[in-house]
Design a protein around this ligand. Structure first.
Ligand code: NAD
Ligand code: UFG
Length: 335
């Protein structure tokens, strides 16, 4: 059985489906601070298999101890955390508390239970603003530009020190690029609370008529059309990447992988492609640059391809049409 922290969230729910569909038992712990209990039922309905769900906090040592006592956990996939870059600037303590202290609490509970296999949700943001593109796992971590990004780098360092202290640990650090899209059933996807900060949910809420237009932050970057370039990958491909990483947990030590497509797409191209794929008009307007944004970054994905035999398979069209299918379901069902 795998313990999945944050499994009711956007990425975690897709990982849960993948694991259940490959026959793995899943226990989820999530405090639902950025998700909804009904996600658990929707995961079960897609996979047609039950999930063990604990509503609670990863910083609750007693809860974690009881989960390890009650469930035959062999490995942990750790997705729980706070993820809004802008919010982390105004609430740094909450971010360090949940992301760093929460990860330490989890590792302490794992150590006590003698479960030493961990997959951690990290981010491309750890490469920092000065790294050359495409990003390679062998590059050093830089100084991330937000407390959120710093918290991810701090957890990576904590895990490295833990791994160095005890050779029995096997730790996979997955550095996600820009996950978008939703499950093809349209039953699970990203549901940001309030106005979305990220591009994809913003575009889809404009398409749904919830928001009036997309503001494109900056059109004077040194890129082909002047707008920022990112490596967008389908959340189902990302989830499959976790499934592929499970094999690596049989080898003790630290393992780092970029999970992206290896291709960059500009903001303007995203808006125009969404219009083409869905047939829905998206009014947009150029606006000043957003503070802290990098002009362009994407992944070198050779390491994941060779060592995990994993490659993102879904196209940009899949990402956009699946997002739109989910957005329409979410509006109708109030998610
Ligand atoms: P999400 O907010 O949808 O999911 C995170 C889940 O963790 C939520 O269900 C939330 O309720 C839960 N949670 C938060 N604090 C908790 C706590 N203290 N105890 C228990 N549960 C808690 O976010 P997501 O997009 O699914 O991201 C999952 C992970 O991937 C996060 O660690 C995030 O930093 C990382 N990540 C996300 C992206 C992205 O663009 N979405 C990119 C890089 C890395
Ligand atoms: N953008 C707009 N308008 C919007 C929202 C975004 O033009 O309304 C632009 C941004 O300026 C940026 C691009 O769209 O150029 C992508 O922005 P997102 O906020 O969707 O994604 P980021 O690349 O800024 O950040 C994401 C995650 C982080 C993670 C990072 C790297 O939010 O958690 O990818 O993995 F660290």
């Amino acid at each position: 059985m795998i313990l999945l922290t944050g499994g009711a969230g956007y990425i975690g729910s897709h990982i849960a489906v993948e694991l259940l569909e490959m026959g793995v038992e899943v226990a989820i712990v999530d405090n639902l601070c950025n998700s909804n209990r009904s996600v658990i039922e929707r995961i079960e309905s897609i996979a047609q298999r039950p999930v063990v769900f604990y509503e609670g906090d990863i910083r609750d040592a007693a809860l974690l101890a009881s989960i390890f006592e009650m469930c035959p956990i062999e490995a942990v996939i750790h997705c729980a955390g706070l993820k809004a870059v802008g919010e982390s600037v105004t609430m740094p303590l909450a971010y360090y508390d949940t992301n760093v202290y929460g990860s330490i609490c989890l590792c302490q509970a794992m150590q006590k239970a003698n479960v030493k296999k961990l997959i951690f949700s990290s981010s491309a943001t750890v490469y920092g603003p000065d790294a050359e593109v495409p990003y390679l796992e062998s590059m050093p971590r830089g100084v991330a530009t937000s407390p959120y990004g710093v918290s991810k780098g701090m957890v990576e360092k904590v895990l490295e020190d833990l791994g160095a202290s005890d050779p029995d640990w096997s730790i996979v650090v997955l550095r996600y690029f820009n996950p978008i899209g939703a499950h093809p059933t349209g039953l699970i996807g990203e549901s940001p609370q309030g106005t979305p900060n990220n591009l994809m949910p913003f575009i889809s809420q404009v398409a749904a008529g919830v928001l009036s237009k997309v503001m494109i932050f900056g059109n004077d970057y040194p890129t082909s059309d002047g707008t920022c370039v990112r490596d967008y990958l389908h959340v189902v491909d990302l989830a499959v990447g976790h499934r592929a990483s499970l094999r690596v947990l049989d080898s003790p030590g630290m393992h780092y992988y970029n999970l992206g497509t290896g291709c960059g797409t500009s903001v303007l191209n995203m808006v125009q492609s969404f219009i083409e794929v869905t047939g829905v008009d998206i009014p947009y307007q150029f606006a000043p640059r957003r503070e802290g944004d990098l002009a362009a970054f994407w992944a070198n994905v050779s390491k994941a391809e060779h060592e995990l035999a994993w490659r993102a398979e879904k196209t940009l069209n899949d990402m956009l049409s699946d997002t739109w299918r989910w957005q329409q379901y979410a509006i109708v069902h109030g998610h």
